[in-house]
Design a binder for this molecule. Structure first.
Ligand code: IMP
Ligand code: MG
Length: 176
């Protein structure tokens, strides 16, 4: 399948994805059975994963979609990312970040630091995909759907230049 200049091939099919999503939800249902966590899906990439995952959550929970916005700091600090869209106070809350894919982990590290600064009780991460660089850096992701190599993936919410989020399965770029 061609998207812009890149060729993609099927990688993880629908039923494998759903099976893993169910398994992740079951672990969370069990680990948080006496808690009321706040799910924080990071837009845009995690919207489909978040919807499927949250449908399988059976404990009480709340959901607040957030985004990271990059803004230019001074020349010396470079690009900083900050969370936008938080409606409720996260003070003393058990937060579960929902990410589509963790690559270098930089995005996640900044978000986690920001959340800790808000006085959260706990912060954990559920990610559908985790790439090799995140494992190398031992980024703390408690719940991982699939560990993959350092390859570019598309579909099930993930995009290439805005395209492909609607694809039902996960594809990967073919090396040229
Ligand atoms: P990180 O800060 O390097 O961990 O990048 C994480 C973010 O980059 C994810 O939330 C995605 O939005 C995006 N991203 C990283 N890898 C891919 C990919 O293979 N396909 C689509 N988006 C990606
Ligand atoms: Mg993302």
């Amino acid at each position: 399948m061609q998207v812009k200049d890149l060729q993609f091939k099927q990688f993880i099919n629908k039923s494998k994805v759903q099976e893993q999503v169910r398994a992740l939800a079951q672990q969370i249902n069990s680990d948080y059975q006496d808690k009321t966590p706040v799910f924080l899906p990071i837009l845009n990439g995690s919207f489909i994963f978040a919807a499927d995952l949250i449908k399988q959550i059976e404990i009480q929970c709340t959901v607040s979609f957030v985004k990271t916005s990059s803004y230019s700091g001074t020349a010396s600090t470079g690009q900083l990312k900050t969370l936008i869209g938080l409606e409720a106070s996260l003070f003393n809350q058990d937060v579960i970040i929902i990410e589509d894919v963790v690559d270098t982990g930089l995005t996640l590290q900044k978000i986690i630091a920001e959340l800790r600064g808000l006085g959260t009780k706990s912060v954990q991460v559920v990610a559908l995909l985790r790439k090799q660089p995140a494992r190398a850096k031992q980024i703390d992701v408690k719940y991982v759907g699939f560990d993959i190599d350092d390859e570019f993936v598309l579909g099930y919410g993930l995009d290439y230049d805005g395209l492909g989020r609607n694809l039902k399965e996960i594809y990967k770029a073919v090396q040229k």
